[in-house]
Write a protein that binds this ligand. Structure first.
Ligand code: ATP
Ligand code: MG
Length: 530
């Protein structure tokens, strides 16, 4: 199956995320709003009952509803029922008339398969107001109201006694007797003596125990459908809006992911171009890309750099190797042609054969050097290191060393230095260094070989007082096939010895350092870390 692109995957994830977030948000919002609206409706019912409670009274024994009583307001119907549950008045549709129950709590009731919220209270007319004639003690008027929620506090009054009339206490007793309330069941709130033009009265206010008072049921009712309809509408709107949001999110996510991926695509194209083209020296552009991408491009560039160097080295190596092989082959070919020609006598044929042998030896030596370098390049995958006595190995090679220029070999080798080494490779390394010191040394010169161990390293140093190496050549002598001009003219060689030394040192995790001064000395140090 074809793999999905990053753009598509990102778009899908972002869209899914936004769809889920939108869905959850809308649901949460609807639930919260529904709860709020529900609470609000319940409060409206309670408030309707409470505000209407103040609009009723029993005046001189007759139940009166004031004009401000709201039978219907804001979708809420208010009904009145007698103490026995008989319907007294209201504007509620007939089907909804139902005796009040579940006092002081909002309940849900179903009428005609519709749902309603209902709130009922039993109002007790426990607050009385009497006017008693001061002279005759006659009840002029009386009222019974619902005691307000914040109960009334009694106001102190003074006892007054009128000549040719009644006293305050007598007036209170007359009012209580008229209301049919015992003295111990009532609380006198206040007694006033207002001045009227035609008569003088005691105005007495008191509250009484509920058992002996008149009662009225008040019931508020409203359909719950309004809330439901509102939320069905919100839900429907959400259903229409949500897909729109998801489409916008998908488009947005696609544009964002496209923009995000654009630098990666650019890098991929450039990298593809570099890897399929012939020019490995090209590099990816890193300036304009964001940090992560430019880091990626830098890593690619580093990789291209190493590949480029490695390809260049390989190319040079192959061309140098073929070049070195071509010369002896050309000589062999020429000598053969001459020996086979009619002009050559026996002696000349012998000379040609000798020359051919010499060139063949040269080629054999070159091929074996090449093989050594190539093998060494395979590193530890081909060779194993074992703990061995390095001092003995160096002493052994020095003992076998034969000089061609009467050079004196002076050794200063610490005893029993043990390191992890590959015997064959390390012997080759020391032999190469000694061979160079001899080849580029002076007649009757000196070679110093030192091996010593310090705290964190072991050092092998081979120093001669020969032709030396120029500052320009010094950094290149470890390259394959590199030979300094001075040595090229004087001695034979392929320029592979030090390249091999370097590879062998790398296998042993050692470092090669060369120091030299023209016509004075050359010292090659191999430093093994402990
Ligand atoms: P090969 O070792 O392959 O037979 P070579 O000796 O020329 O040939 P390297 O051993 O790799 O090659 O040395 C590279 C070059 O470094 C030499 O050609 C020479 O110019 C220079 N060189 C190396 N050792 C010395 C030395 N001890 N004194 C002066 N020049 C040196
Ligand atoms: Mg050499």
């Amino acid at each position: 199956m074809k793999k999905l692109s990053f753009k598509i995957i990102t778009t899908l994830w972002i869209t899914l995320l936004i769809a889920v977030v939108c869905g959850v948000s809308v649901t949460a919002l609807m639930l919260i709003s529904r709860k709020t609206a529900d609470d609000k409706l319940r409060q409206t019912l309670v408030a309707a009952v409470q505000s209407n409670s103040d609009e009723m009274e029993f005046s001189n024994g007759i139940f009166e509803v004031e004009n401000d009583f709201m039978y219907y307001s804001d979708g809420v119907y208010c009904d009145l029922f007698s103490e026995d549950g008989e319907y007294i008045g209201g504007e509620t549709p007939h089907a909804l008339i139902n005796a009040p129950s579940d006092l002081k709590k909002v309940v849900k009731r179903t009428f005609d398969s519709k749902e309603y919220y209902v709130y009922s209270e039993l109002l007790e007319f426990t607050k009385f107001e009497y006017e008693i004639d001061i002279r005759s003690g006659q009840v002029i008027s009386y009222e019974a109201d619902v005691t307000p929620v914040n109960e009334l506090k009694p106001v102190p009054y003074s006892e007054t006694n009128f000549q040719n009339g009644i006293s305050t206490n007598e007036a209170i007793e007359i009012a209580l007797a008229h209301a049919g309330i015992k003295k111990n069941e009532a609380t006198v709130i206040g007694v006033q003596i207002p001045v009227y033009s035609d008569r003088q009265v005691f105005k007495i206010e008191f509250t009484a125990d509920s058992s002996s008072c008149k009662k009225i049921y008040i019931r508020a009712i409203c359909p719950s459908e309004d809330v439901k309809t509102m939320f069905t509408n919100i839900g429907k709107s959400a259903l229409y809006i949500l897909p729109f949001f998801v489409i916008v999110a998908a488009i947005g996510a696609y544009i964002i992911s496209k923009k995000t991926v654009a630098p990666i695509e650019k890098i991929t194209d450039s990298a593809h171009e570099i890897s399929t083209g012939n020019d490995l020296s090209k590099r990816l552009e890193t300036n304009k890309a964001p940090r992560e991408i430019s880091n990626l491009a830098d890593t690619f560039n580093g990789m291209f750099e190493r590949l480029h160097t490695s390809f260049e080295n390989e190319k040079r190596f192959t061309s140098d190797a073929s070049h070195e092989l071509r010369t002896p082959l050309a000589v062999i070919k020429a000598e053969c042609e001459y020996a086979l020609s009619e002009n050559a006598d026996d002696e000349e044929k012998m000379q040609a054969l000798e020359s051919i042998e010499e060139q063949t030896d040269k080629m054999t030596s070159l091929v074996s050097s090449l093989l050594s370098v190539t093998r060494a390049e395979q590193g530890l995958s081909r060779f194993t290191l074992e703990e061995a006595n390095f001092s003995e190995l160096v002493e052994d090679v020095c003992r076998k060393f034969r000089t061609s220029k009467n050079i004196e070999l002076i050794t200063d080798i610490d005893n029993d230095i043990i390191i992890n080494l590959n015997n064959t490779l390390m012997t080759q390394l020391v032999e190469n260094l000694l061979s160079n010191a001899d080849k580029y040394g002076k007649e009757n010169g000196v070679i110093n070989v030192k091996l010593y161990s310090e705290k964190d390293k072991t050092v092998l140093s081979v120093r001669d007082n020969g032709i030396g190496i120029s500052k320009e050549d010094l950094p290149k002598i470890f390259n394959r096939f590199y030979r300094a001009d001075a040595s090229r003219s004087e001695s034979e060689g392929f320029g592979l010895g030090l390249a091999l030394v370097k590879k062998i040192a790398e296998i042993h995790s050692a470092e090669c350092i060369a120091e030299s001064e023209i016509d004075k000395f050359t010292e090659i140090k191999i430093i093994f870390k402990k």
